[in-house]
Design a protein around this ligand. Structure first.
Ligand code: SF4
Length: 241
């Protein structure tokens, strides 16, 4: 299978500007499967995409970065998805357990150096997984209206950081679209969403939001950090789109 050229990526992005998420995923499957990957933190958006993939190509490889700091509700959701769709999301682990990691650094790094913690427990394990799985494209569940950074994303783009084509099939969906889809198809979702956790990551870096707060205000609350580094858009002159 040949990798996508920048011209092909550009053309696909133009073609799918107004397409449905299913149409974008269908193209991604036809063009890249089995070298197509989805990484999910089991957010509401990710659950919608898993549901769609269960109908389009249920053998699509799906991974979760199991940092060791995820909520029990998140781990349980993986089992509920397996029961519902027969899809077993693969856990990608860091090299050390939480106990080993905290002992090595004299305490939890997520308190004082969350960027380092995310790098060690998410970015590095993801890079190792990408080397092993060798996908040509991956699927993310980001939405444009989540952060200013995500506003810059395209439906189909070149991911400079990970050197992959990135499909963002839900980019133009709103939160309302996501929840309408979840309720319409009775899709399993994290029960923490019903307890004022609109965005769920690791438990030490996630708190519920108050009425009127931004959906991602509960992620790394009190810190400048708003992304774990996986979905930061990196486009260099002449590269990517
Ligand atoms: S979200 Fe927090 S606990 Fe999880 S890897 Fe990042 S800093 Fe560490």
């Amino acid at each position: 299978m040949r990798p996508a050229s920048l011209d092909e990526i550009r053309a696909a992005n133009e073609r799918f500007q107004l397409a449905s998420p299913q149409e974008i995923l269908q193209w991604g499957v036809e063009r890249f499967f089995p070298r197509l990957l989805m990484a999910t933190a089991f957010g509401a958006e990710g659950c919608c995409i898993i549901h769609m993939l269960s109908e389009i190509q249920p053998a699509t490889k799906i991974i979760n970065l199991e940092t060791g700091y995820q909520f029990p509700e998140t781990l349980e959701l993986r089992e509920r998805i397996k029961a519902r769709y027969g899809i077993e999301v693969e856990y990608i682990y860091p090299e050390t357990t939480v106990a080993e990691y905290e002992a090595e650094h004299g305490g939890p790094l997520h308190v004082l150096r969350p960027d380092q913690c995310c790098y060690d427990r998410k970015v590095l394990p993801l890079r190792r997984a990408l080397q092993r799985l060798a996908p040509l494209a991956w699927i993310s569940a980001i939405r444009k209206d989540q952060t200013a950074e995500r506003q810059k994303a395209d439906v189909v783009q070149w991911d400079q950081k990970f050197q992959l084509v990135k499909l963002n099939p839900l980019l133009n969906w709103t939160k309302k679209d996501v929840w309408a889809f979840i309720h319409r198809y009775n899709i399993p979702y994290n029960p923490l969403h019903d307890q004022n956790y609109p965005s769920i990551g690791c438990w030490p870096c996630t708190r519920p939001v108050a009425p009127g707060e931004d959906d991602r205000a509960g992620r790394w609350a009190g810190k400048v950090k708003k992304e774990c580094g996986l979905h930061v858009v990196e486009v260099k002159d002449g590269e990517g789109i």
